[in-house]
Design a binder for this molecule. Structure first.
Ligand code: ATP
Ligand code: MG
Length: 361
């Protein structure tokens, strides 16, 4: 009997349902050509869940995601829920899901697709051939350490504790070495070891784990220098691994290289093959319902799902080639085409990618 993979699908809010619809067309197309099949379960989260069941992350959704091999998420949030109290914010759903499912590594590939050079704010000769991945630690660091605020005689003080356990560092460092091994075999570990004790622990663990990966060339870079090098010579990087807050900042910075936020996929991974796949952009309420959202980031997230959760590298690359070629032909949603050029709508763009994908089999 052929293998069946369970996929939980959370369309979410704003443009979420529009872009997820296109990604699902791709998944169904893959299923027709692959030796495995999919068992798809839709689930509620974010604003859609608040509207229907008054909580951002229903238990039923957690259960569906726990039983799934992979989760596809559109986007959550929007102005309708902006004034909700903290525990009733749509964004709560995302943090909750990552935690419940044990996803500690956020993977953001950054590539420059042909035809997008002019859309990037960086010079074409600087970004030509960029192909890097930022791996950000998701569950530890300063975002989760003890927070304090108190009034003292000298004045009011506030503090955020930056804590890492050795095992938290080791698991993400190993995952990054494995990734580098499958790519260009270069790993840049980013820290602030000249001032932070947590960075010194981080660095020593990278050195230790590196002994198990002699084929991978490792270097250490201070975060301030990395922030500069990522826009100065981005083609020098392969895999960048760093802690939570540094990764948050560097991955957004790296996104400017690609020219449109509508092109960037992501995966959140833990131990094992299970993952959560989503575009890096938000629910884009300003363009929701107009049929002009770019579905590429979500479709490329499907490619990541096939690569990391279902080990089908061929299908992943076929999707990436199809998206790349359609865009290289100058076809796209308004965010992709040159000003003055005609654009096509979300579902036409999805259809063009499918047509291109058909030629790949
Ligand atoms: P969040 O807080 O949820 O990350 P945000 O406020 O950072 O949201 P986004 O929702 O990511 O913002 O949108 C930022 C801008 O990018 C908006 O102008 C939006 O229309 C545009 N945008 C985002 N995603 C897409 C897309 N897939 N296609 C076209 N434009 C997009
Ligand atoms: Mg944002």
């Amino acid at each position: 009997m052929s293998q069946t993979y369970k996929i939980a699908v959370i369309p979410g809010d704003g443009i979420g349902p529009e872009i997820v619809k296109e990604a699902m067309k791709i998944l169904h197309h893959i299923e027709e050509h692959a030796s495995y099949s999919f068992d798809i379960q839709y689930a509620l989260a974010g604003g859609a869940a608040l509207d229907q069941v008054n909580v951002p992350l229903p238990n039923e959704t957690i259960q569906i995601c726990q039983e799934a091999d992979a989760v596809l998420l559109g986007a959550v949030g929007g102005p309708k829920w902006d004034h909700n109290p903290p525990e009733l914010r749509p964004e709560k759903a995302l943090l909750g899901l990552r935690k419940e499912l044990g996803f500690y590594a956020n993977i953001r590939p950054v590539t420059l697709l042909p035809g997008m050079e002019e859309r990037s704010t960086l010079r074409p000769e600087v970004i030509d051939g960029v192909d890097l991945v930022v791996v950000r630690e998701l569950t530890g660091g300063i975002y989760f350490g003890e927070k304090k605020r108190e009034k003292t005689k000298q004045g009011e003080i506030a503090s955020d504790l930056l804590v890492y356990y050795d095992y938290e560092i080791e698991r993400i460092v190993r995952l990054s070495f494995e990734m580098a091994l499958r790519r260009k075999k270069r790993l840049t570990s980013v820290d602030k070891a000249n001032v932070l004790e947590s960075s010194r622990l981080w660095r020593s663990i990278v050195e230790r784990v590196a002994k198990d990966y002699p084929e991978v060339v490792v270097d250490h870079m201070l975060v301030d220098n990395c922030a500069m090098q990522i826009v100065r010579r981005p083609t020098d990087f392969d895999v960048i691994v760093t802690e939570n807050m540094f990764g948050d900042i560097l991955s957004d910075e790296a996104a400017v290289i690609t020219g449109s936020i509508g092109l960037m996929p992501s995966a959140s991974l833990g131990n094992g093959n299970k993952g959560l796949y989503e575009p890096i952009h938000g629910s884009a309420p300003d363009i929701a319902g107009q049929g002009i959202a770019n579905p590429s980031a979500t479709i490329l997230s499907i490619a990541m799902m096939l690569r990391y959760s279902f080990a089908d590298e061929n299908a992943a690359q076929a999707i990436e080639r199809a998206v790349t070629q359609v865009i290289a032909d100058g076809v796209g949603t308004p965010d992709l085409v040159k000003s003055g050029q005609p654009a096509i709508c979300t579902h036409e763009f999805g259809d063009r990618i499918i047509k291109r994908l058909e030629q790949e089999w």
